[in-house]
Design a protein around this ligand. Structure first.
Ligand code: CA
Length: 226
């Protein structure tokens, strides 16, 4: 699996490349925010390991740009900043996990495996849950090979649920994912999109269901035959 490691400490970068390779990850290492943006524009990565303190800026800027493009590639933030405020900022800006330096390579590998564990198959550029397929490049949804038409925002909500299928996605994360698309994200907007998605998925014979986990968020999972 191909990873992008954004780390300006060359020694640590080399150590990570070697250690990750031993765990079956092929890592491209870049040392600046600019190189990270170029790498992300040129290639698709299974996950990104992102240092925050970079010589030409803040790793969080790279993260924000990524999420603004509605790219939901899992991001693990790696940093010496251990304050609660920095952690909250990183997670609010769309990081999926956080590891404070110094850390054990084993822990990084374990966390990457957790981030990449997706019950929904990741088939190249497509995500699949049951008979629902989401083409992440064309941004087109199919149910049993029949194209479905959803609004931009509904598609964005479905994408984040499908990228984390089988796992609970907090309502806050869904809202953050919508942020940046035009218009307001009203307080009950997410519920409205979920309601519409559920209805259309059910009407089109989808073998996947969006569950509400009260007080926590949402989860999409394959609907097993009874
Ligand atoms: Ca650094």
């Amino acid at each position: 699996m191909r990873l992008l490691v954004v780390e300006d400490n060359a020694e640590l970068g080399a150590l990570l490349t070697k250690g990750l390779a031993a765990s079956g990850f092929a890592a491209d290492v870049v040392g600046t925010a600019q190189d990270a943006r170029e790498a992300l524009a040129a290639a698709r990565y299974a996950a990104i390991v992102l240092d925050l303190g970079l010589p030409d800026g803040d790793g969080l800027g790279v993260l924000r740009k990524l999420r603004e493009r509605r790219d939901t590639t899992p991001v693990l933030v790696l940093t010496a900043r251990s304050s609660v405020r920095d952690r909250v900022t990183g997670l609010r800006d769309g990081a999926d996990d956080y590891l404070v330096k110094p850390f054990a390579l084993e822990e990084l590998v374990a966390r990457l495996h957790a981030l990449l564990r997706r019950p929904g198959e990741l088939l190249g550029r497509s995500l699949r849950v049951g008979n629902v397929v989401f083409d992440t490049e064309a941004r087109q949804v199919f149910v049993a090979d029949t194209p479905q038409f959803f609004s931009l925002r509904e598609v964005a909500v479905l994408e984040i649920l499908m990228r984390r299928s089988g796992r609970v996605v907090s309502k806050k994360l869904v809202e953050d994912h919508l942020f940046g698309l035009s218009g307001d994200v009203g307080s009950n907007a997410v519920e409205v999109y979920i309601h519409r998605l559920r209805k259309q998925l059910a009407d089109s014979g989808a073998k996947a269901q969006i569950h509400t986990i009260r007080g926590v968020g949402y989860l999409i999972a394959e609907e097993k035959e009874p």
